[in-house]
Design a protein around this ligand. Structure first.
Ligand code: CA
Ligand code: CA
Length: 622
């Protein structure tokens, strides 16, 4: 929020003041928050700004300390907000060489419904739909591009550039997402990315994906700005959908003031010459690793145009913590996904998570950790391991399960391969405090689309969907998977981020509607919809225990069980039918006479044959 200087009436008797702009972060705060010691960063265009003497006069608000930086444009004010403080505009006066300037910093009433209408948390009872706002639906052509931004182009025919999708476009399709059985939407970041295009191997690329922040307190106006985000959040909550926001604490775009005009150099991790991250999470937890490798992992830059934020700097830490809370309160966020989790300072991550969980006890957070190993995944979340540093985040992206899903459906069965991979991976759940909090998935915006990964084999595709909605964790579906969108990340990851057909003006077909989908696409859509909606009402699949039996002869049987519901999951990866009998699984099947397959409605008895390359999800009955 930019405020042009406002002069109180007596100023005209003192000196003329040159107009200067002052921006305050956070742009406002709220009354009645647990976090009531707020460090407000004031950023001026005047290099002598920090020489001023600052005073705050407002009932219940006390200025306890003023901090200045090597860059004279900045000051930080420590404000304590008493529980008795009322909403209103806090007046902050700055007196500099006899000139008095007054800035207004709003204290707002809190959003209603902490834990009930927002900050509800996203748990294993939920099903998440991941989408990229620029690529989902364009409801407003007038906000596609702006002349006053560094990248002035929107061009839906170039996969590397902005396409014009926006938050109103998402709001217009909530019914579609709901019908599919989803309960939550995670969008790639919506914060302003006022960055120029960047030269990548595949060509000039824009920040359409949202991971290049330039102003934390603005939702990108090409997505519709803060108001469109509030509107979407309200509409989602009215529809019973929860909102997951994508946070990036690790880096900012190089046009962010934190890099271009920082209060002090130590806001960004500096190196004598460009030093990239090692990208090896092992360096963070290994007791056999070298100190320099760990430092490079954590403080090295992700890529050259994304400066690495120094979260050990207490001012930076305060700035990021306050922003996370401000965002949750302002927009009504229910859960956070944290990008590049393993690249962040560990103590900082625990601090920001603690602050969020203290303010919003039901809120949930999961971190992105790309790792092939369960150890390297469990380390970055609550775990049972005896390690010197314990992470406090509830959930994590479960990449070991993701890789195992792919191997389970793609590889021929053996002791080590195919379904054995999934069995072995899930057996390591002992390392997690609660694996139900893990985010599980078949694909996402950074990986090849699932249909392509299974060689466009529709049977394998359906087995994958079955695994996704019956394995412990929080299933996440990537937009378009349900209508058989495909592609590899070649020549660019933009290939797996193509427009949702029907979301953009002039699209020849509209796959948001059954009439716009072909028979196979409708079959896939209905398959996902049936399983996801069944899961929604299934205590066993959402929160139940898992019991696995050793996979053999190319098939795998596991059970989910809770609240008197038992679900038998049978995966046959063979090219031939497989006989299955309850008596082999007596500890789970003894009380039952048969069951009903949840997609097809087939009734099975205590002995049945499952066709080649199929997964059956059977609710057992007496
Ligand atoms: Ca638009
Ligand atoms: Ca870092």
């Amino acid at each position: 929020m930019k405020k042009i200087i406002s002069l109180v009436s007596f100023v005209c008797f003192v000196n003329f003041v040159f107009a200067q702009q002052v921006t305050m972060y956070p742009t406002n705060w709220f009354v009645g928050m647990k976090l009531n010691k707020v460090q407000v960063l004031l950023r001026s265009t005047d290099p002598g700004f920090s020489k001023a003497k600052f005073e705050v006069k407002y009932p219940g608000v006390t200025l306890t300390k003023t901090h200045s930086f090597t860059n004279g444009k900045y000051v930080a004010l420590d404000l304590t907000i008493a529980p008795t403080a009322k909403a209103g505009n806090v007046k902050i006066s700055a007196t500099n060489a006899g000139k008095v300037s007054v800035y207004e910093w709003p204290l707002l009433n809190r959003r209603e419904g902490n834990g009930t209408k927002f900050a509800q948390g996203v748990r294993s009872e939920d099903a998440v739909y991941l989408l990229m706002p620029d690529r989902f639906s364009n409801a407003d052509k007038t906000n596609d591009a702006f002349k006053d931004m560094r990248d002035t182009v929107a061009n839906a025919s170039d996969i590397l550039l902005r396409h014009g999708g926006d938050l109103k476009g998402v709001e217009n399709h909530l019914n579609y997402i709901k019908e599919l059985g989803m309960t939550s939407i995670w969008m790639c970041p919506i914060i302003e990315n006022d960055m120029p295009q960047s030269k990548e191997a595949a060509g000039w690329m824009s920040g359409y994906h949202g991971y290049w922040f330039t102003d934390h307190y603005k939702v990108d106006k090409r997505f519709g700005g803060n108001e469109a985000y509030k509107s979407l959040s309200d509409a989602m909550h009215k529809n019973g959908l929860k909102l997951i926001q994508d946070a990036v604490y690790n880096h900012v775009g190089d046009k962010h003031w934190m890099h271009e005009d920082a209060p002090a150099l130590d806001w960004i991790n500096q190196w004598n010459s460009y030093t990239g991250s090692t990208h090896r999470e092992e360096t963070v937890y290994s007791n056999n690793g070298s100190a320099i490798d760990k430092k490079k992992m954590l403080d090295g830059w992700f890529v050259p145009h994304l400066p690495d934020v120094n979260q050990r700097n207490p001012y930076v830490s305060n700035y990021l913590v306050q922003h996370a809370i401000w965002t949750t309160e302002t927009f009504g966020v229910d859960g956070w996904r944290v990008d590049t989790y393993k690249y962040c300072d560990e103590a900082f991550m625990n601090r920001v998570n603690d602050a969020l969980m203290l303010e919003y006890p039901k809120l949930t957070i999961f971190g992105e950790t790309v790792s092939r190993s369960v150890t390297g995944t469990a380390y970055f979340t609550r775990n049972t391991m005896d390690v010197p540093f314990k992470h406090n985040v509830e959930g994590v992206t479960d990449f070991p399960v993701y890789y195992s899903f792919l191997d389970a459906v793609n590889q021929p069965f053996s002791w080590d391969n195919g379904l054995s991979k999934l069995y072995v991976t899930l057996s390591q759940d002992i390392l997690y405090k609660n694996p139900l909090n893990n985010s599980i998935f078949l694909d996402n915006h950074d990986n090849n689309r699932f249909l392509s990964m299974v060689g466009e084999d529709y049977n394998k595709f359906k087995m994958g969907i079955g695994l996704l909605y019956t394995t412990r964790g929080i299933p996440q579906l990537y937009y378009g998977t349900e209508i058989l969108m495909k592609n590899f990340m070649n020549p660019s990851d933009a290939m797996v981020r193509l427009n949702f057909p029907g979301g953009f003006p002039g699209d020849a077909v509209n796959k948001f509607e059954a009439s716009g989908r072909n028979a196979k696409e409708n079959d896939a859509f209905n398959f996902v919809k049936t399983i996801a909606n069944f899961r929604k009402g299934s205590p066993a699949l959402t929160k139940g225990t898992t019991t696995m039996f050793v996979p053999k002869d190319g098939y795998f049987v596991y059970f989910r069980k809770a609240d008197n519901q038992t679900i038998m999951c049978v995966v046959n990866s063979n090219d031939k039918a497989q006989d299955v009998q309850f008596s082999d699984y007596a500890e789970l099947t003894n009380d039952f006479k048969g069951g009903k397959e949840v997609v097809t409605g087939y009734q099975v008895g205590t002995k049945f044959s499952i066709p080649a390359k199929q997964m059956w999800i059977i609710e057992l009955n007496k």
